[in-house]
Each structure stands twice: as structure tokens, then as C-alpha cells.
Design a protein around this ligand. Structure first.
Ligand SMILES: [Zn+2]
Length: 613
């Protein structure tokens, strides 16, 4: 089974190749995996890979052409126990886990690359050998499914089985599945790749210099007002020049999705995505509606931002700009101190997990040549939980460590589950990471002076507004785009761009004035090709916010946060939260989270008034 690997998307911005700070830390700051392998050419890597292969083949041999367990519940139990044991044994495929992580910090090492290329196909093939199993489980006749789900001796496997049965409702015949699979390349992937390739080759001329478009777009919010507006406009004009291709691409892949949804019996465009993240459709509809109904909170923030920037109105280019620079340097030792103290207040064992990881060389801290950008956490069955950072002594880096530690703590606590339930779905992953971000922010914030507080709080709110309101605005945009293309058969690029502006203006509010060209931003928005994935960001941020508020009000609630993390993926996210007394289906649940963000905006308003005096 694949191990959990979670990247902080925003982490990329932390890892510009700035010179590494002088390493004077008292901690082990490089990964030390010598307890597993002596190095990338250790013969044990191949030996372990072949052992995994043998285990998978043995399981496949025993069960792939035998159907007895589909109609005999006693035999089903034995088979599922065998399956659980297999997953526990092959774990997160340690040899490849090791090599891929090593490759991430040493991309120029040919021995690692050669071994990845040699061993990972063996592993992929081995995992493919056992994929038949869940497909077969789905074939348990409908008439027997209720009895299987009531059988107490199968209790441990009920959630796995229920999920498999539910998903199977949308499966098609083997032949149709095969055709869809073969056609997904030309009907989706090739279109998306083609547009991406074309876009990545564009350059934007700025102050006489040619910048690749991705670099130009990421530069916009760091520039002074006049330059910012100029560069933004140049970027939008480049995107507009690609609109014929983008128009065909979006219409093609959205029509393809419409056909597939119809075949599979999904009535709403977002159903398939929500089901795949194991969420409840009604609950996510409630989330989207509550956030949309409260766009006024985002409006209030942008009005305040315009005022702080001394602008009468905001352009689309201004939405992500900061209101001052936070130049405070935070060394890695200091970062650890802040996090340890913040986590310690929540529970000693959180700080212990951090200390153990530091002691065992499970955190790779500094940027170096050949190391990839960003930050991530990766751990799972049989593989230790590790974190990769690109620490450059900034305040953002403190938040990045808190975020990744959230994933790490979640991964560690979920180890209590049997192997089949050890991981967690994407939508709850970001609950844990942002929960621990909240703890670290509060700890750090109290120690800042008033000026620093304004900048830090503004950035924190801006982050939340973009994670919650902007992502839900994107969800609404996607939904209307799918609906219109389904109704009319085709939308022109200028119609798509107008839709983009409609939904972005809706959350930015009256202070933002969008131009016609801004609408072409849709072309660069990769997420609209991942169909409603964006809701998981808003979900994670709002649920974690609520858990955090509950902990602030009553310290004993931290134990419940523990239970949530210990649940792994043994239940649906809604049931996990229900089990700790948090009803995310309550109509006021998401509203409470939004209100707490509004409180932060009030706090910022007061700080701004104080600092302008
Ligand atoms: Zn994350």
C-alpha cells in the first residue's frame, strides 16, 4: 500500500535557493536512515523488494482464481485477515520509500536514480498483483452484502467493505472500464498536459527582461503597486493569447467528465470527487453553502486590506499582497523551541514525538544542492515518519514545521489502527496539519511587538481567507462551468473568463474591481482540472479551526483531538468527528468556524487602529 506523503503546497515558496543559514544547531538536521539501510547500494534493498514481490505473488496465487470467499462469510474472514497481514508485512514498501526519499534530497546521485529505476517497477508490478482483491470484494452479490455488513465477526472490516460496496455502485462492466481507461489519455491527460506545456513555454516581458510565466506570476504580489499592476496585466495578456487552446482544452475535458459521470450514474458534477475522499455529499454541500452565504466576512477583510495599503479599490493583482515585511529571523533551534512549547501546552506526547524525530534524524532541515523544493511528511506501515523541510530562518518556516509536524503526529497516532486503516484521507489530513499550525501561530504571535503583530496576523487571516473563501469560490466557479457546459454543449473562452470573474468578485467583494482580462486567469488555475478537489482545503481549515476553539475553551478537549488522529481511516470523516462529539453536519458547525475568523479580522482592525495612532 502506498505510504502517506503529504506536501504543503505553499511550502515551495519557502525554498528559494537562498544561501543556507549557518548550521549551528544542536540537533541532527539531516536524515539518518542507517538503522534501515547502509546506503543506496545496500544489497538489502533488492532483497527486501524481492521479498515484497514474493508475498504479493503468494497472496495472488492463493486468492485470485478462487471465489469461495465471496459467498462464504467464514472464508471471507480468513481471506481478509490474510489481506490485513499482507498489508502489515509489505508495509509502505520500505526499499522504495527509502530510495525515493533519498532521491528527494540528493537528486544528482546516480546510484540512487539507478536503483529507483530498477526497483520501483518491481514494486509497482507487485502491488498490481494484489489490486484484484478489492475489485473482487465488490463482486459479493448485493443480496449478501447486508448480511456481510451485519456479521459481527467481520466487524473490523465493515468500513472497508462498505466503502468497497458503495463505490462499486458506480463501476461499469469490465469491458467498458477497460475502454474508459484506455481513452482517458487522449480525452483528458493529453489535453491537460498539452496546455500546460504550451503555457510553461510562455515568457512575459517585464522591465526589458524576459521572465518565464510561472516566475512572473509568482512575483506579482511581492512588487510595489505600479509594477505589480503592470506585471499582472502583462501576464493576463499572455494568457489571453492562449485562449483558443484553453477553450478547446476545458470544453474537451469537461465534456469527457460529463460523459463519464453519466455512464457511472453520478447526477452531480462533484459527487465522484466527494465520494473518493470519503466525505458525505450533503455535508460538503452544507460547507459550500455556509461559506458562500458568508462571503461578507471576506469582503470585510479585503476592505480593510485596501485601507491598510492606502488604496481606494483593489485590483485582482492586489488580492495576495502583504501589508508589510516581517524580516524577523528565526533560527531552527528557536523554531524547535517555539513548536515544542506550543505543542507542550497541548500535551507532552506531541512535543515528545518532535524530540524523538529530531533525535533519530527523521527531519531533514536545510536546503542544499540537489534537494527538491518545498516541504513534506511521509510515513506509514513499517516506514518511520519523516519530514523534509527547506528551512531558511523565516517566520513562515516556523509555520511549515508546525504544519508538517501535524501530519507527522497524525501518522504516528494512526499507527494504533490495523494496517488496512493506518492512513487517512486527504480531507482529514489537512485538519491535523492546520490544527497544529494554529497552536504554533498563537505561541509565536504573543511574543511579537505591535508592528510585527499586524503583519503576522494579516498574513494569517489572508491565508485562511484564501484557503476557505477563495477555494469555495473556485468550487462554485467549477460547478457553474460544469453545469453550463453540460447544458449548452460548449462555452467560449470569453464566457469562461466572465464566469471566473463572477465568482471571484463574489468572494472579494465590492472593493475589488476586476477587468475583463483578469478572467483569463482560469487558464493558469490547475485545480479546475482536478474537479472540486479545492473543497478539501476549506474543509480541513474549518474543521481544525473548530477543534482548536474547543481546545481553547476546554483543555480536556485535546484528548478528543487525539482520538480523531488515532482513528486513521477506520471510519468516514463525519463519523470520526461524531465519535469525538463534533457534529460537522450541524447547520451551525461551519458557521462557528467562520465567526472565529471574523474575530481575527476584528483583532486586526483594532491593531491597525492602534498602530496608526
Ligand atoms: Zn499538508
Amino acid at each position: 500500500m502506498p505510504a502517506k506523503k503529504i506536501s504543503k503546497s505553499a511550502g515551495a515558496k519557502d525554498s528559494k535557493r537562498t544561501p543556507s543559514p549557518k548550521n549551528t544547531t544542536k540537533y541532527k538536521t539531516s536524515w539518518d536512515f542507517s538503522d534501515m539501510y547502509s546506503g543506496p547500494s545496500d544489497p538489502k534493498l533488492e532483497k527486501d523488494t524481492l521479498a515484497i514481490k514474493a508475498d504479493c505473488l503468494a497472496f495472488a496465487k492463493k486468492y485470485s482464481s478462487n471465489d469461495d470467499y465471496l459467498s462464504d462469510e467464514k472464508k471471507l474472514l480468513t481471506t481478509l485477515n490474510d489481506y490485513d497481514k499482507l498489508i502489515e508485512k509489505i508495509g509502505s514498501s520500505l526499499p522504495v520509500w527509502y530510495l525515493m526519499n533519498m532521491q528527494n534530497i540528493d537528486g544528482e546521485n546516480n546510484v540512487i536514480t539507478a536503483n529507483v529505476n530498477r526497483l520501483s517497477p518491481i514494486l509497482t508490478e507487485s502491488i498490481n498483483e494484489i489490486l484484484f482483491f478489492t475489485l473482487k470484494l465488490a463482486k459479493i452479490p448485493k443480496s449478501n452484502q447486508t448480511s456481510v455488513l451485519k456479521n459481527i465477526s467481520l466487524k473490523k472490516y465493515h468500513y472497508l467493505l462498505k466503502k468497497t460496496f458503495d463505490n462499486a455502485k458506480h463501476d461499469l462492466s469490465e469491458e467498458v472500464e477497460k475502454v474508459l481507461n484506455l481513452k482517458s489519455q487522449p480525452s483528458n491527460t493529453m489535453w491537460v498536459d498539452g496546455f500546460e506545456k504550451t503555457m510553461s513555454k510562455q515568457v512575459v516581458v517585464f522591465k526589458g527582461k524576459k521572465l518565464p510565466i510561472s516566475e512572473a506570476m509568482s512575483k506579482i504580489s511581492s512588487l510595489p503597486t505600479k509594477d505589480r499592476h503592470e506585471l499582472h496585466e502583462s501576464c493576463m495578456l499572455v494568457l489571453k493569447s492562449l485562449s483558443d487552446f484553453a477553450e478547446s482544452e476545458i470544453n474537451a475535458v469537461y465534456t469527457d467528465k460529463k460523459i463519464e459521470d453519466q455512464l457511472r450514474g453520478f447526477s452531480k458534477p462533484y459527487e465522484a470527487s466527494i465520494l473518493s475522499y470519503e466525505n458525505d455529499i450533503k455535508n460538503i454541500e452544507l460547507l459550500v453553502k455556509t461559506v458562500t452565504d458568508n462571503f461578507s466576512i471576506a469582503h470585510r477583510f479585503y476592505k480593510l486590506k485596501a485601507k491598510a495599503l492606502g488604496l481606494k479599490e483593489l485590483t485582482y493583482a492586489d488580492r495576495a499582497v502583504g501589508i508589510g515585511k516581517n524580516v524577523k529571523k528565526v533560527s531552527f533551534d528557536k523554531t524547535v523551541e517555539i513548536i515544542r512549547s506550543a505543542f507542550g501546552k497541548a500535551g507532552g506526547h506531541y512535543a515528545d514525538i518532535l524530540d524523538t524525530m529530531l533525535k533519530n534524524g527523521r527531519i531533514d532541515v536545510y536546503p542544499k544542492k540537489g534537494k527538491r523544493a518545498g516541504a513534506y511528511c511521509w510515513g506509514g506501515q513499517n516506514a518511520p515518519t519523516i519530514i523534509m523541510l527547506n528551512h531558511i530562518d523565516s517566520i513562515t518556516c516556523v509555520m511549515t514545521l508546525a504544519h508538517e509536524m501535524g501530519h507527522a503526529i497524525h501518522t504516528e497516532l494512526a499507527r494504533e489502527q490495523p494496517a488496512i486503516y493506518e492512513n487517512y484521507t486527504m480531507s482529514v489530513a489537512e485538519v491535523a496539519s492546520t490544527f497544529f499550525e494554529n497552536l504554533a501561530f498563537e505561541e509565536m504571535f504573543e511574543k511579537l511587538n505591535d508592528k510585527e503583530k499586524v503583519v503576522a496576523l494579516h498574513n494569517q487571516i489572508a491565508d485562511n481567507i484564501s484557503t476557505i473563501f477563495r477555494q469555495v469560490a473556485c468550487f462554485n466557479f467549477e460547478l457553474e462551468l460544469h453545469t453550463k457546459i453540460r447544458e449548452k454543449g460548449f462555452l467560449s473562452a470569453s464566457e469562461i473568463s466572465a464566469l471566473h470573474n463572477k465568482h471571484m468578485s463574489a468572494y472579494l467583494g465590492p472593493v475589488a474591481k476586476l477587468t475583463e482580462n483578469d478572467g483569463y486567469f482560469f487558464e493558469a488555475w490547475g485545480h479546475i482540472r482536478r474537479y472540486f478537489y479545492v473543497y478539501s482545503y476549506a474543509y480541513g481549515a474549518l474543521v481544525s479551526r473548530s477543534l482548536y476553539e474547543k481546545c481553547k475553551a476546554d483543555k480536556s478537549f485535546y484528548a478528543k483531538v487525539d482520538s480523531f488522529m488515532k482513528a486513521g481511516k477506520s471510519m468516514s470523516p463525519e463519523d470520526i468527528f461524531k465519535s469525538i462529539g463534533v457534529d460537522v453536519t450541524n447547520p451551525s458547525f461551519y458557521l462557528d468556524g467562520l465567526k472565529s475568523i471574523e474575530k481575527d479580522i476584528e483583532r486586526l482592525e483594532k491593531l491597525l487602529k492602534k498602530s496608526s495612532k
